[in-house]
Design a protein around this ligand. Sequence first.
Ligand code: CA
Length: 238
Amino acid sequence: MSGLRVLVVEDEEPIRMALVDALEHEGYVVTQAADGARGLELALREAPDIVLLDLMLPKRDGFSVLRALREDRLQSVVIVLSARGEEWDRVQGFEYGADDYVVKPFSIRELLGRMRALSRRAEGSAPGLSGDARRVRIGDAVVDFAAYCVERGGAREGLSRREMELLRHFLAHEGEALERGDILDAVWGRDEDPTTRTIDMHVLKLRRKLEPDPERPRHLLTVHGKGYRFTRRGEEPR
Ligand code: CA
């Protein structure tokens, strides 16, 4: 995962420096800005692969930067860094074109996991989430990532944030046999102490919401002795 260019727009210097250090350590090429105006200027000039965007910024706030980026048709992946209690409305954020967000204080490992998942998407290997698709069809279900819900057979069911994140992870890795440990690393992160059973429980819940017959899954398939494999189109149940 080296060589991708990341722009960090964050006015709090300790957070910015910690991010820059961690990202450079991971092999990203990092530029940084301490206010919104400079952030926008750098983003438009350098068109980075990923923008990490704080919301409360001097000179120009994060929402305004995000809107300007999208009006300029900048395709960079944008991850919003939102402080707890800030006026971050995720629906509005996704409408403005944010790809994802993390709530401060976040674990850098969690953020890196999100970045990896999203940059695979940026490379086009997860067509389900490409472009402006906030709604993704999975078999006869439609997942609405902006509204946090699944629609199937005329019924709507809510998705928890974690279920959405898990689903995004599966979408970004469609067709791959994923080990439980890797899923935990990418979706849960360091601050929590989930067990592999945690994943199994979440997969069960997703199956109930997505699968025509949760007992005989077509999309969220068990890979025995390893973990799970996801397919949007669905396979004949065994
Ligand atoms: Ca700030």
